[in-house]
Write a protein that binds this ligand. Structure first.
Ligand SMILES: [Zn+2]
Length: 96
């Protein structure tokens, strides 16, 4: 006896319409929700940019921790200063 196969449905997240194949769903989204999908993509891009800023801010925090380390020579401190300044300029330009 054959086990009853559960039919998997692929539900459109934009309008709730259901499809039996992911290809059909993708096709439907492409045709019916082109703009919604584009908007979503742009939203993701924005989030990625702010995530990137957060990572840079984190790196700056680590570098600032290093800067006060007593083991650094004057030359190394100077390099760290330059790097930090560059990071801070970058953050400032991203947050404009
Ligand atoms: Zn839909």
């Amino acid at each position: 006896m054959e086990a009853k196969q559960e039919v998997k449905r692929y539900k459109c997240k934009y309008c709730g319409e259901e499809f039996d194949k992911p290809v059909r769903l993708a096709q439907h989204i492409r045709v019916k929700h082109k703009r919604a999908k584009k908007r979503e993509k742009e939203k993701i891009k924005r989030e990625t940019a702010s995530e990137r800023i957060n990572r840079v801010i984190e790196a700056v925090g680590i570098l600032k921790g290093l800067q006060v380390s007593p083991n650094l020579s004057e030359g190394e401190k100077k390099i760290l200063d330059d790097v930090l300044k560059r990071f801070e300029d970058f953050i400032a330009s991203m947050q404009k």
